[in-house]
Design a protein around this ligand. Structure first.
Ligand code: FAD
Length: 446
């Protein structure tokens, strides 16, 4: 740590360094979605300039330690922390729209909430524009895009990184490169999906801006059924055709509420009323399953309200009273706060492809697993058949899959291990990829 400080001082970039003996050190570790991965960084460095980033890179190399960039700190496996130097990018944040209003530059330390907020502010309501993002305001744009980025718009625009025009990155040897589909195409391909903490440090990205107005015609919904019909709902959801992205919906089994429910929630795009959304949902077989115990559909004021409904403020599908004016504030308020701590739960995900839809017994086994009282969450997300068509330029590893299924478990390593093993063994025949957010992975690798 002292050697790093000495090296940085020599290079005159020693501002904003947090060392293990500094008072802010524990807080800097804790400012991650998953922070108890056992990493004890040599230092946190919060650069404000390109010179600072390059200086830190050289100094880390000089003292023989690694470096990990951190943006929103929302990696579910704590990948924004390491034993070397954590390059905390948050001071290099913000967005800049070109004069034609067609392209936005996003700096490497910007989080989604800030991007949404700044675009909304910049364009006001007269020329609403946006780029496809996820819904959690605190997730970093760099981490999100470099990991692929699943959005509510993937049926229309592909995954998030399909929309990156260029990355400006600092390579390991300290040179700066602007990467596009035509300049360094292989690096572009690798960054789009496989880029988090790899290949270099992303200083900024540019994106084409899309007209937001068609998406302002929306309605969001939440339906709950009793857990008894959960196998049927999951089976139907797994065979649901995304219809080109006019509906986006997720699935969650919730055994924590009374009575326990299986929940479908999401948004209808391009509708003028909640009735139109309901009508569209009723044409999907899973909504024909009897016994809905909670039903809620609401016309959205605009696409930002959808993000609020699906995101943190909306608590993933709870009814929110739309705060039409303060929505921007709600995003802004969440900027740069300590990331919500989820250390008590461990997440495991599998990415699935069903060549033919399995029978009900298969889905019943999954429901029984989710009913275990140690399982906090069972969530499903459709990747959808319309996404692969955008796939030429991306290393997103699960492009050809159709579902992502993840569980969070809260217990001792032994219980985790046993539950995750069951989780994998049930689905292994359909699995195309997996990850566990535990640094010392004790679960079987697939
Ligand atoms: C509550 C929550 C909601 C989520 N919702 C979604 C969702 O809707 N859709 C979705 O696709 N994903 C979602 N995710 C997953 C999230 O997108 C990924 O975990 C993403 O990688 C987090 O990015 P980050 O910048 O916040 O995290 P970080 O931990 O800061 O970074 C993640 C990875 O990217 C690297 N990295 C960060 N910044 C840079 C940089 N400037 N240059 C190079 N590498 C960098 C880090 O080293 C690390 O390896 C969600 C996660 C959480 C916790």
């Amino acid at each position: 740590s002292d050697d790093f400080l000495a090296c940085m001082t020599l290079r005159r970039v020693a501002d904003n360094i947090i060392l293990p003996n500094s008072s802010g050190y524990s807080a800097a570790i804790a400012d991650s979605w998953v922070s108890n991965v056992g990493a004890m960084p040599v230092a946190f460095y919060e650069p404000t300039t390109l010179t600072g980033v390059k200086g830190a890179l050289k100094c880390a190399q000089q003292i023989g330690v690694g470096m990990c960039p951190r943006n929103g700190g929302h990696s579910k496996m704590g990948a924004g922390l390491c034993n070397g130097v954590v390059l905390d990018m948050f001071r290099i944040n913000g967005t800049k729209v070109n004069t034609a209003g067609t392209i936005v530059t996003v700096y490497g330390g910007t989080v989604q909430g800030q991007l949404v907020y700044e675009l909304a502010t910049f364009f006001n309501t007269t020329i609403p524009k946006f780029i496809p993002t996820g819904e959690c305001p605190q997730v970093g744009i760099s981490g999100f895009m470099l990991g692929g980025g699943l959005t509510e718009f993937d049926g229309q625009y592909g995954i998030g990184c399909d929309n990156v025009r260029s990355y400006k990155i600092v390579l390991q040897n300290g040179t700066t490169r602007t990467v596009t589909k035509t300049a360094y195409p292989e690096l572009y391909w690798g960054l789009c999906g496989g880029g988090g903490g790899q290949f270099g440090i992303t200083m900024q990205m540019t994106f084409s801006l899309f007209d937001r107005r068609p998406y302002d015609n929306n309605a969001y919904f939440r339906y709950d059924w009793p857990i008894e019909v959960a196998p049927d709902i999951i089976q139907m959801y797994s065979s649901w055709d995304l219809s080109g992205g006019t509906i986006s919906m997720k699935l969650k089994s919730d055994f924590q509420v009374i009575p326990p429910v299986i929940r479908v929630f999401g948004v209808c795009w391009f509708v003028n009323s909640s009735q139109e959304c309901d009508d569209r949902l009723m044409s999907i077989p899973l909504f024909g399953i009897n016994g809905s115990i909670h039903r809620f559909t609401q016309k959205g004021a605009n696409v930002l309200e959808v993000l609020q409904f699906l995101g943190k403020t909306g608590n993933y599908g709870q009814k929110v009273v739309p705060k039409r004016i303060s929505i921007y504030d709600s995003f802004a308020n969440q900027l740069f706060g300590a990331a919500s701590n989820s250390n008590s739960a461990r997440w495991a995900s599998v990415v699935l492809k069903y060549p033919t839809i399995p029978d009900r017994t298969f889905f019943l086994a999954i429901v029984n697993l989710c009913a275990n009282r140690n399982v906090v969450v069972c969530n499903w997300r459709r990747l959808g058949t319309s996404v692969p068509k955008f796939g030429t330029y991306s290393s997103f590893p699960w492009r050809d899959s159709t579902n992502i299924f993840y569980i969070a478990v809260k217990n001792t390593p032994a219980v985790l291990s046993s539950l995750f093993s069951t989780f994998y063994s049930i689905q292994t025949q359909y699995t195309t990829g997996a990850y566990v957010n535990y640094a010392s992975a004790f679960t079987p690798r697939i």
